[in-house]
Design a protein around this ligand. Structure first.
Ligand SMILES: *[C@@H]1O[C@H](CO)[C@@H](O)[C@H](O)[C@H]1NC(C)=O
Length: 332
């Protein structure tokens, strides 16, 4: 009698342990009373297992493309956003097992226009690397309020590359934390996100939904660069010409292990110096398998500093980046 009574209890207890966290969760915003954070998680996705041996695993990349990714809200304004990777139970999937090469959200709605080239229906407005930084869309200057307005017609696509360094498949979810307010307040300016790369000139690359969904090894459309053989080098990107008049909200860089800093210039004048910071194994740094080299003792890139300012931008202003790498200092 006791045994049969215990059985359903045991089943229930097991079910409670593996219960998934909901795919949509809401949290209060730490910065504003009128804002909420909606966390949407996309998945599950199966990461291919690493190859090699337990003492020398070689990470394997899995590419994820989700068209029709759920939006956090419609007719609402994004203030900030960050994201990451998690397991079924909601715990963070990070070093040394899981390295987030990038997780991006692209707005492919018919009324979307991209921030870099002002082209239609493909707006890469969010991307995070393993440093899992926050992108800020709202202006620090309250006199010039701004945000990324999400229209009813907007459609989101998730594109992500994740590297698994364990010798087993695993199930993960890519999640995004969207901080937003309802509607589009009167006087709010639309925030545009422009991406500058050390690689191809910003608007020379073809970027559309077809390109990222067509092949198994989809490319995001942002730059990817195979570095020279030298231990330390500087890359200067081709200039980008702003199609916009406006004010800067925030600026920051994204690098991989070996990176020292990224300088952002406006009409040849230094606007922001985004510095890489390094940390030991713990935290959201970079696993060797995803970076350049594989050393158990080295420190990995953990964060990039950013700048916030209200400098004005004029249509026709020229911007370029200068990127410094030093693998002697930061071997990765
Ligand atoms: C959550 O899941 C991961 C991966 O399966 C596991 O390593 C971790 O211990 C779990 N955490 C908790 C609190 O159950």
């Amino acid at each position: 009698m006791k045994a049969t009574a215990l059985l359903p209890f045991a089943t229930l207890a097991t079910a409670a342990v593996i219960a998934l966290v909901p795919d949509v969760q809401t949290f209060p915003s730490p910065s504003r009373k009128d804002a909420v954070i909606t966390r949407v998680r996309y998945g599950p996705h199966t990461l291919k297992q690493a190859v090699g041996t337990p003492s020398d695993p070689k990470g394997t990349k899995t590419t994820i493309v989700t068209t029709n990714a759920q939006k956090p809200c419609s007719d609402c304004t994004l203030l900030s956003m960050n994201g990451g990777v998690q397991y079924a139970n909601g715990s963070e999937a990070s070093n040394p097992s899981v390295y987030l090469h990038h997780g991006a959200i692209i707005n492919v709605g018919p009324d979307a226009r991209d921030g870099t080239c002002d082209r239609p229906a493909y707006d890469l407005f969010f991307s995070t690397g393993n440093e899992r930084s926050t992108i800020i869309y709202t202006n620090a200057d309250a006199a010039k309020p701004a945000g990324y307005y999400i229209q009813i017609s907007d459609k989101f696509v998730l594109q992500s590359e994740i590297i698994n360094s364990d010798l087993e498949e695993k199930q993960v979810w890519v999640y995004m934390n969207y901080e937003h307010i309802p509607g589009k307040p009167v006087g709010h300016q639309q925030t545009k996100v422009a991406w500058l790369s050390a690689d191809t000139p910003a608007c020379q690359r073809k970027t559309d939904l077809e390109t990222i969904t067509a092949s198994g090894d989809a490319k995001l459309g942002a730059g990817e660069y195979y570095p020279p053989n030298e231990k330390s080098f500087t890359l200067t990107g081709k200039p980008w010409t702003s199609p916009w008049n406006g004010n800067f909200v925030a600026l920051g860089g994204h690098m991989h292990d070996g990176g020292v800093n990224i300088e952002i210039y406006q009409n040849n004048k230094l606007l922001c110096d985004s510095q890489a910071k390094y940390a030991d194994g713990a935290g959201h740094d970079m696993s060797g398998s995803g970076g350049h080299g594989n050393s158990a003792v080295s420190k990995h890139l953990a964060s990039m500093s950013g700048c916030r300012n209200t400098n004005t931008v004029k249509k026709g202003d020229q911007f370029h980046i200068v990127v410094n790498y030093d693998f002697e200092k930061h071997p990765g």
